[in-house]
Design a protein around this ligand. Structure first.
Ligand code: PGA
Length: 259
């Protein structure tokens, strides 16, 4: 694992309006404790980012964009750039499976977005993961390899530690069908060895690697106990204040164990 700090990211996806997001943040602010060795990141709808950035205690929570466009400005109707998000968010999700599969984003898009995030002082969270059929065909390693190379092609070894990689098997996202800890270990070992191959051990070991896919308050500890896992990307359970608070506490317990 990279460092002794666990990273817990809550991806609210296309749920909650501005007012509801604000209320949810209030609830979380009351229940989530701040721990030195846990970084908690919230990814609300784009629409609520500005409001939440004024409301949030930045020592308690950081904010993330669920998506952004890779050009800095110009005639791109309807898009929001990393430059525009600068100062509002600390992190940006890139290549989430819903972006890849519903919106047909390619490795070329993810590569440009990873670069745009770094250029704008935002830490990209590059999501990678195989589909059920790729897994059944024994292609997991190759898929992870292609998505890593595709997403990171323009990144230098100095920039690499700014990148976070999230292993999110597509079949585990939003399905309740979470991956077994042994599968997660295997996939993350493979991700880290590919990063080492590309960038050398020092830079590769500095990259935080997360697991995501149907994580719940009950299953979180099983993943956090894995030496390979530096944190979690949580979708559905992040909309439940009690569940998300429990997940952060589990991260604290596991980080304490590592220290
Ligand atoms: P889930 O989503 O926890 O609802 O499976 C995870 C994600 O999409 O990052």
């Amino acid at each position: 694992m990279a460092g002794d700090k666990k990273l817990i990211i809550g991806n609210w996806k296309m749920n909650l309006g501005v007012h509801e997001s604000s209320l949810h943040l209030h609830k979380l602010a009351d229940s989530v404790k701040t721990h030195r060795n846990v970084e908690v990141v919230l990814a609300p709808t784009m629409l609520a980012l500005q409001t939440l950035s004024l409301q949030v205690n930045h020592r308690q929570f950081k904010l993330a964009a669920q998506n952004f466009y890779w050009r800095d400005h110009g005639a791109y109707t309807g898009e929001v750039s990393a430059t525009q998000l600068r100062g509002i968010v600390s992190y940006g999700l890139v290549g989430h499976s819903e972006r890849r599969h519903v919106f047909h984003e390619s490795d070329k898009d993810t590569r440009a977005k990873v670069q745009a995030a770094i250029r704008n002082g935002i830490r990209p969270v590059l999501c990678v993961g195989e589909t059920a059929s790729e897994r059944a065909a024994g292609e997991t390693r190759d898929v992870l390899h292609d998505q890593l190379i595709g997403g990171l092609a323009n990144i230098t070894s100095d920039e690499l530690p700014e990148v976070i990689v999230a292993y999110e098997p597509v079949w585990a996202i939003g399905t309740g069908n979470n991956a077994l800890p042994t599968d997660v270990t295997e996939a993350i070992v493979s991700i880290r060895s590919q990063l080492k191959h590309l960038y050398g051990a020092k830079a590769a070991n500095a990259v935080q690697v997360l697991y995501g896919g149907s994580v719940t308050a009950d299953s979180a500890a099983d993943y956090l106990a894995l030496h390979e896992v530096d944190g979690l990307l949580v979708g559905g359970a992040s909309l439940d204040a009690h569940a998300f608070t429990t997940i952060v506490e589990k991260a604290f317990q596991s980080a304490k164990g590592d220290a």
